[in-house]
Design a protein around this ligand. Structure first.
Ligand SMILES: NC(=O)c1ccc[n+]([C@@H]2O[C@H](COP(=O)([O-])OP(=O)(O)OC[C@H]3O[C@@H](n4cnc5c(N)ncnc54)[C@H](O)[C@@H]3O)[C@@H](O)[C@H]2O)c1
Length: 275
């Protein structure tokens, strides 16, 4: 393997939700590594503004609820750059208004469930379906952004979390079917990641609760997820496929209740425990 296999020189990378916190950090990191980047987002004006700051980048209007919009995104990227090497399915149905409606199953509105699945699951599937013929040609790969909520139960966001779990299984299905064609497919599962949108919207006391369960001294930021995506997308990860890379500061790796245990063992009698 080339020493600089982590680089993305010559590769064309398409990022959905590229105008958002994690998507934009990923676009910048991929471009730094030599990729030519297409930024697709429903917030097209913002995507265009951002693309203008990255040499050679392309902005694309995308609505993941519309199959023809997704297919046009793939076709437009290939028409512009002549190839597609990486599809990063990063956009999702998000926002405080959506999160507020997305609680437990007993109180779930069918319309919200359907919309969540339309954007997150069907949108991802259609993007992958349209991209795969091009990825077979380039020997490329797909990186799907899921969530730590897809891996553990919670009292919030039953629709969002189960839609992300469906994307994990789609990741494995694509990896299994298309590995033989030289196409890889992986997922990155961020834990709570301090993007500008989340910093604004997330209640501070809940943020502190998550911080208390994080093994690192602080929560991750968008650049941490960008780094994981850029690695999986690169040739350095050529033997990795069908996997979920959890990038959550170790939140999901331990027995629950860590914050309370830290507090309990913080006295002198327990020096050496949790220090
Ligand atoms: N930030 C976190 O704590 C966190 C944690 C776990 C997983 N994630 C996942 O990371 C990904 C990025 O999240 P983020 O925190 O950067 O959010 P964000 O809100 O900053 O960015 C999401 C982007 O997706 C775009 N988008 C939304 N609906 C769309 C649609 N129908 N069509 C096209 N684009 C659409 C938005 O305009 C936005 O630019 C998401 O898949 C999210 O589920 C984030």
């Amino acid at each position: 393997m080339a020493q600089d296999a982590i680089r993305l020189d010559g590769k064309v990378v398409l990022i959905t939700g590229g105008a958002g916190g994690i998507g934009w950090a990923t676009a910048q990191r991929m471009a730094q590594r030599g990729a030519r980047v297409a930024i697709a987002d429903i917030a097209f004006d913002r995507a265009r503004e951002l693309a203008e700051t990255l040499p050679g980048a392309l902005a694309i209007a995308l609505d993941l609820e519309q199959a023809d919009s997704i297919e046009a995104m793939i076709a437009g990227t290939v028409a512009h750059f002549g190839r597609l090497d990486v599809l990063h399915n990063n956009a999702a149905l998000l926002g405080p208004d959506i999160a507020q409606q997305d609680g437990d199953i007993e109180h779930m509105a069918t319309a919200l469930w359907d919309r969540t699945y339309a954007v997150n699951v069907r949108g991802t599937m259609i993007g992958c379906r349209a991209a795969l013929p091009h990825l077979r040609v380039s020997g490329g790969n797909i990186v799907n952004t899921v969530s730590n909520l897809a891996l553990q139960g919670h009292i919030i966001q039953a629709a969002y979390s189960s839609s992300k779990a469906a994307i994990i299984q789609m990741t494995r299905a694509i990896a299994a079917s298309h590995g033989i064609h030289g196409v890889r497919c992986n997922a990155v599962a961020p834990g709570m990641t301090m993007t500008p949108a989340l910093r604004e919207a997330f209640p501070p006391q809940l943020r502190e609760a998550v911080e208390g369960e994080t093994l690192r001294p602080q929560l991750g930021v968008a650049e941490d997820i960008a780094e994981a995506v850029a690695f999986l997308a690169s040739d350095a990860a050529r033997n990795i496929t069908g996997q979920v890379l959890v990038a959550d500061g170790g939140c999901a790796s331990h027995v629950p209740g860590l914050a309370a245990f830290r507090a309990f063992f913080s006295g002198d009698a327990f020096q050496g425990v949790g220090h």
